[in-house]
Design a protein around this ligand. Structure first.
Ligand SMILES: Nc1ncnc2c1ncn2[C@@H]1O[C@H](COP(=O)(O)OP(=O)(O)OP(=O)(O)O)[C@@H](O)[C@H]1O
Length: 474
């Protein structure tokens, strides 16, 4: 009996964790479309660390997004954790798979600038209904796991790129995923930070048994993985396994490099702000307040983004407002959310409500969802003292009206308006650069059904087309 059980367990282990069968993906663009994947076949087993490499534009990110269910194949089949995914799989089913099994890490850190490291990690736990005490404890543990226990109250702008990426990894681990999908997680990092991130990933794989699939351009990294899959012209060109002894050697070298590197770099690692946990000191508080104001105003440094010129995964717009080369850059992507009064919803809508203070500075937001006919505030954050509704630009919840008095929302109750129309969403990018990550986070972490509209390149075009374009690119 025991022998049989063991055999069954071994066979289960032998079952591939991810099966990609003849997967095609064509993006609808122009008359012909873009064939990003043209018949990919791939199997990945539990506990593997697989890198996806290959030429630029070859289809790596598309493949990763399809494995991660944030994009759907045009043709072909994916089996993920024993569940078959086809073009007919519903968004609800996909959300459940993501919530149960998957964690995501992207090249750009996607942290919310107005929230501390701890709060950023708490966010997915909030979406999942954890109470404040429980989620704080869990978020703290996750941050300690990525060696960020001494940066809990730091805002993203106070953290180095590598530290921000570690916070993102902690956030991706919030739902205890069996599979972590990473799209060039070290693409924006220097060597020291790349080493730190790689060490964490290797440990997650080897010590915690988490399966990793990572897209990278960096050929120096591939020996950390057990296998590398090379993708070219929308197909798997070839695969290469790393010899276990080579892998061990590479990891040993990594550990040595970290030991040597960290001593010399610690002081400059976080913009000179040493981790003073919960510091009462006036100077520290002032510095934090200033950095936070800057972050909210979108003036924190935004690194050049490799994929700036197209929406990530074909689903979400990237961009936002920031400074590049000292210039203020406005996003030309729409924030792809919300339903409209003009078009009745056939899904649970999500609205963003945001406000700005007298100086026009973004100061808060909330997310409202509708559940069985009732609206409910899922998340609310008004970190600055100004009245966030003094100049309401966007959103508003159904059958309810909100007023703000002394920083607290005191009443609710407006009739006949569910949400502000979509044509007002173009106010958002200049208003809340910070918010651009929210649709992505909601998509990845919330159990709510969210219907994302394809981001449109130009506002003008978007204003004309958004009401009719409800569907994602498939
Ligand atoms: N949303 C989109 N709309 C239209 N075409 C897209 C979209 N996303 C990707 N593509 C196209 O699909 C092809 C594959 O893109 P993908 O991002 O998967 O490649 P990649 O191998 O990850 O590239 P890179 O290494 O440069 O990041 C490219 O030709 C790209 O231009």
């Amino acid at each position: 009996m025991i022998a049989e059980t063991t055999k069954a367990a071994e066979e289960a282990q032998d079952e591939p964790f991810i099966v990609v069968e003849n997967v095609h993906k064509t993006y609808l663009l122009g008359v012909e479309g873009v064939a990003a994947l043209r018949g990919v076949n791939l199997e990945i087993h539990q506990g593997e660390f697989v890198m996806i490499c290959g030429t630029s534009g070859g289809g790596k990110s598309t493949l990763l997004n399809i494995i991660g269910t944030i994009d759907k194949p045009t043709k072909g089949r994916i089996t993920l954790c024993g569940k078959q995914i086809t073009p007919r799989t519903t968004d609800d089913e996909l959300a459940t798979i993501r919530l149960k099994h998957l964690g995501f890490v992207f090249q750009t850190f996607n942290l919310l600038a107005s929230m501390t490291a701890l709060e950023n990690v708490e966010l997915p736990l909030t979406f999942r209904g954890y109470g404040p005490k429980r989620r704080k404890e869990k978020a703290k543990k996750l941050l300690e796991r990525v060696q960020m226990g001494d940066r809990l109250t730091h805002y993203p702008s106070m953290l180095s790129g590598g530290e921000q990426q570690r916070v993102t990894i902690a956030r991706a681990l919030a739902n205890s995923p069996g599979l972590l999908l990473l799209d060039e997680p070290t693409g924006d990092l220097d060597t020291l930070n790349t080493n730190n991130v790689m060490k964490i990933l290797v440990d997650l794989n080897r010590k915690n048994g988490i399966t990793l699939v990572m897209v990278t351009h960096d050929m120096n990294l591939i020996a950390y993985a057990s296998r590398c899959v090379f993708v070219r012209d929308g197909k798997v060109a070839y695969e290469k396994r790393t010899k276990e002894e080579d892998r061990r050697k590479k990891i040993r070298e990594l550990e040595e490099a970290i030991e040597k590197g960290q001593d010399g770099n610690k002081a400059t690692d976080n913009l000179g702000v040493e981790g003073k946990e919960g510091g009462e000191g006036g100077e520290e508080d002032e510095r934090k307040a200033l950095l936070m104001k800057k972050a909210l105003a979108g003036s924190h440094s935004v690194k050049k983004r490799k994929k700036k010129d197209r929406p990530a995964g074909g689903v979400l717009g990237e961009g936002g407002e920031g400074r590049e080369g000292g210039e203020r850059v406005h996003s030309d992507w729409m924030i792809p959310v919300c339903s409209s009064v003009r078009e009745p919803c056939d899904y649970d809508p999500v609205a963003f409500c945001s406000g700005e203070d007298e100086e026009g500075m973004a100061c808060g937001f909330e997310i409202v969802v509708e559940e069985q006919g009732d609206t409910k505030t899922l998340f609310r954050q008004f970190p600055l003292s100004a009245n966030p509704y003094s100049n309401l630009r966007m959103g508003s919840i159904g059958r309810k009206e909100e007023k703000v008095k002394d920083r607290e929302i005191v009443s609710v109750g407006r009739q006949n308006e569910r949400f502000l129309p979509l044509n007002q969403t173009h106010h958002i990018p200049p208003l809340l650069p910070n918010l651009l990550n929210l649709p992505l986070l909601l998509l990845l972490h919330s159990p709510y059904k969210i219907h994302l509209l394809q981001a449109r390149r130009r506002e003008k075009e978007a204003n004309q087309t958004m009401f009719s374009s409800r569907t994602k690119m498939t």
